[in-house]
Design a protein around this ligand. Structure first.
Ligand SMILES: [Zn+2]
Length: 269
C-alpha cells in the first residue's frame, strides 16, 4: 500500500509567524524544521502500523528544503526543492491508496487563521463560485486519480474549512488562531501522538473515505486583489476577463486548473 504526504509548514505545531518558516535567520527556524520533521515521522509511524509499505513525502513549503531528510524513516522517498514541473502533486497517480495534507493552512482572506493564503495571498481562487484553498485543489486533484484524502492537519480554521468538502477525513488541530500571527498552540508532542493515531485509524477505515469528485468542465474564477497584476495575467491565453480585476478559466480537469493557479501565483509573486 502506497501513501502520499504533502507537508506544508504553516499548520505545523508552534508556527504563528512567517519569520519562523521563511528560511530566514529567525532563531526558531531550526526548532520548526525539527517539529515539521517529527510530525512527518509520526504520520509515517501510523502509516506503517496501518499497513503502508511505501511513502512519498512532498516537502511543499517555500524552497522545498524544510524537512530534515536524515531523520526520516529509510523506507520513504522525499520530493524536495523548488520550481518543479508540478507543485504539491509531483508523481501523484492512481497507484496511491491515500493522501495526507500535513501542516495545511486556511484559504486566502480567512479570518482568525495563521498565515492564510491559496498559493498567493494576493489572489482569490474560486471553483464553481466557491473559494478554494490548497487542500481543496489538491484533494480534488487526488480525487481524479481516485485517491482519497485520509487526514488533514492545521489550525482550527483550516480544519473547519477542510471538513466542508472532506466529511470523512481524519482531522488534527495544531492550534487555535487568535489573529494571523498569534494562536493558542497544542503541545508539539501531543500533535505527533494524534497524527500517528489518526493516520492508523484512517487507514483501517480506508474503504469508507470517498475521494472528492468534480465534473468537468471546471469553472475557475481568478480574483486579483492588486490591480497591477491584471496586466500580467492578461498575457495568459485561455483566460476570459469578466470584470476589471476578475478572470475566468474553464478547465477540462483539475490538473489543468492546478497548472493555471500555479502559473498565476508565480506571475504575481
Ligand atoms: Zn507553506
Amino acid at each position: 500500500m502506497k501513501l502520499y504526504i504533502v507537508g506544508d509548514a504553516e499548520g505545523i505545531g508552534g508556527v504563528v509567524s512567517p519569520n519562523q518558516i521563511s528560511n530566514s535567520e529567525d532563531w526558531e527556524t531550526e526548532t520548526i524544521r525539527r517539529q515539521f520533521t517529527d510530525e512527518i515521522c509520526a504520520v509515517c509511524a501510523g502509516a506503517f502500523e496501518g499497513g503502508v509499505n511505501e511513502i512519498y513525502v512532498n516537502d511543499f513549503h517555500g524552497n522545498g528544503r524544510n524537512i530534515i531528510i536524515e531523520r526520516l524513516p529509510q523506507q520513504i522517498l522525499l520530493i524536495r526543492g523548488e520550481f518543479r514541473p508540478t507543485s504539491g502533486f509531483d508523481l501523484l497517480d492512481e497507484s496511491f491508496s491515500g493522501i495526507i495534507f500535513l501542516g495545511a493552512h486556511a484559504r486566502t482572506g480567512s479570518w482568525a487563521s495563521i498565515i492564510p493564503h491559496t498559493y498567493s495571498e494576493k489572489v482569490n481562487f474560486e471553483i464553481f463560485g466557491q473559494p478554494v484553498g490548497e487542500f481543496d485543489i489538491l484533494s480534488l486533484l487526488a480525487g481524479e486519480f481516485k485517491v482519497p484524502t485520509i487526514l488533514v492537519s492545521g489550525d482550527a480554521k483550516t480544519i473547519e474549512q477542510a471538513k466542508t468538502n472532506l466529511p470523512f477525513t481524519q482531522m488534527v488541530t495544531s492550534k487555535y488562531a487568535l489573529s494571523h500571527n498569534a494562536a493558542i498552540c497544542v503541545h508539539p508532542k501531543k500533535i505527533c501522538t494524534e497524527l500517528r493515531n489518526k493516520t492508523r485509524i484512517a487507514l483501517k477505515n480506508l474503504s469508507s473515505i470517498e475521494p472528492p469528485a468534480i465534473v468537468p468542465p471546471i469553472q475557475l474564477t481568478i480574483n486579483l486583489k492588486d490591480i497591477k497584476f491584471v496586466e500580467k495575467v492578461m498575457w495568459i491565453p485561455g483566460l476570459k476577463r469578466t470584470k476589471e480585476d476578475v478572470f475566468e478559466f474553464i478547465g477540462s480537469d483539475m490538473r489543468q486548473i492546478a497548472h493555471v493557479i500555479y502559473g498565476i501565483t508565480i506571475l504575481t509573486s
